[in-house]
Design a protein around this ligand. Structure first.
Ligand code: ADP
Ligand code: ASP
Ligand code: MG
Length: 412
């Protein structure tokens, strides 16, 4: 029986006509080898950034519905080009926008969630030997409006389509050879992982590892879609995202992630009484601003400082909201810093070992990097540092856990 594959190609993989041709060669080769293929494509590299920039040049707070119409335009170009290239190779292919497929989402513009995918037409195409070439990153809301899934969201289109079609594998082709112990563009000796558990990948992705959109990883857990990250530039077996724990090796730390676009805000000298945190964070949440880390400290005078982090894009709005809160609560002041970054270490091996945090903090101390905030969960430790130390911090932690070397199972 021939395999059914969903192959997704990211922006750098279709950045120009030459690369689109290379992608078409790869898809055509899969078809020639007997596989049935459904393709998902991103906009050409840099295009979504350009469109987003235009939106913000046009309006300081562009309406989300119009932003979606604008951002979704990039993928319309690349699906047409790839379909042409496939037809030039004698394949039958048909480009499809999300509305033409029926990728149905909620109405949460710029961060919509997929609710259902119509598979009838796709299955008919596949049965007829036609390669559907689907625009990633976009969906269609309840009232027919175009929606998008958040930057990097084409991965989620691919995995959701693979789940709906019960594909044998979803292959994410990108510009690196798989998932590495850290971003290989920052850490020279980062090592490619043959496999990573879905649990770890979900943490890495949501903590900033751009290689997979975090929603796409959720589908592995929910529907068991076999997911593989591969290079569109080089042959190789890439990285398999698995549902099972690997029984062989459980290193303390499997990988590092970082997020550069962070900011922190502190409300100083708030009376230390019940309800303060909710009075401060309530209006922030009501403005749809996502709060990440929260730290509260009571000083000697009995008043408290509350610090939290938000995305850098939300910094100014959050600060404006806090000015009102400060007055209402009689707080002493507000401080902020929008030049911070978050570095995280992730590993299922942490569950059963103490001392991981200490090793991470020692590594940062040895480089004289001040830790501004810390947060932990069962399988991750995150620290906030000044943005200018981000790359140094990632490399130092990578070295401290010897992530560049093939791991031995170790005791902490
Ligand atoms: P695409 O356009 O193909 O979707 P992305 O730029 O979204 O590609 O994701 C690939 C990039 O993710 C890589 O070029 C790399 O810099 C970055 N990245 C961050 N963390 C990791 C990691 N742990 N492993 C591999 N790549 C990573
Ligand atoms: N083109 C979109 C973006 O740049 C979606 C994607 O590439 O996954 O965010
Ligand atoms: Mg991507």
């Amino acid at each position: 029986m021939s395999r059914l594959l969903v192959q997704k190609f990211g922006g750098t993989s279709v950045r120009d006509v030459e690369r689109v041709n290379a992608v078409a060669d790869r898809v055509a080769a899969s078809v020639a080898s007997g596989d049935r293929v459904v393709v998902v494509v991103s906009a050409m590299a840099g295009e979504t950034d350009r469109l987003e920039g235009l939106g913000f040049d046009m309006s300081p707070r562009p309406p989300a519905r119009e932003m979606d119409v604008l951002l979704a335009a990039g993928e319309q170009v690349s699906i047409a080009l790839l379909a042409m290239a496939l037809m030039d190779r004698g394949c039958q292919a048909r480009s499809r926008l999300a509305a033409q497929v029926g990728i149905r989402t909620d109405d949460n513009h710029t961060k919509a969630r997929i609710e259902a995918i119509d598979v009838e037409d796709l299955n008919a195409d596949i049965a007829d030997g036609v390669i559907p070439v689907i625009a990633g990153f976009q969906g269609i809301g309840p009232n027919g409006d175009i929606t998008t899934f958040g930057r990097g969201g084409s991965d989620t289109t691919a995995v959701a389509v693979a789940a709906a079609l019960e594909a044998d594998e979803c292959q994410i082709y990108t510009d690196v050879e798989g998932v590495y112990t850290a971003d290989p563009h920052i850490v020279e000796n980062a090592r490619r992982l043959d496999a990573v558990t879905f649990e770890e990948m979900l943490e890495l992705a949501s903590l900033g590892a751009r290689v997979l959109h975090s929603r796409s990883v959720e589908f592995v857990g929910k529907y068991g879609v076999p997911l593989r990250v591969l290079s569109s530039f080089r042959e190789g077996s890439g990285t398999l995202i698995t549902r099972e724990d690997s029984p062989m090796e459980q290193p303390l730390v499997s990988g590092l992630a970082y997020a550069r676009d962070e900011a922190k805000l502190t409300v100083l000298g708030v009376p230390d009484v019940p309800g303060v945190a909710s009075k401060i964070l309530g209006p922030i949440g009501a403005a749809s601003i996502e709060v990440d880390m929260i730290v509260q400290n009571t000083g000697a005078d009995g008043s408290t400082d509350l610090t939290f982090t938000v995305r850098r894009a939300d910094y100014e709005s959050a600060r404006e909201i806090l000015v009102d809160t400060q007055k209402a609560l009689g707080a002493r002041g507000i401080e902020g810093d929008d030049r911070i970054a978050k570095v995280s270490a992730v590993g299922v091996g942490m569950k059963s070992h103490a001392g991981v945090a200490t090793r991470m903090f020692d590594a940062l101390a040895a480089e004289n990097i001040n830790i501004q905030m810390i947060s932990t969960s069962e399988i991750k430790i995150s620290v906030v540092v000044a943005e200018r130390y981000l790359e140094l911090a990632v490399r130092a932690i990578h070295d401290a856990f010897a992530l560049g070397e093939t791991p031995a199972v170790e005791d902490a």
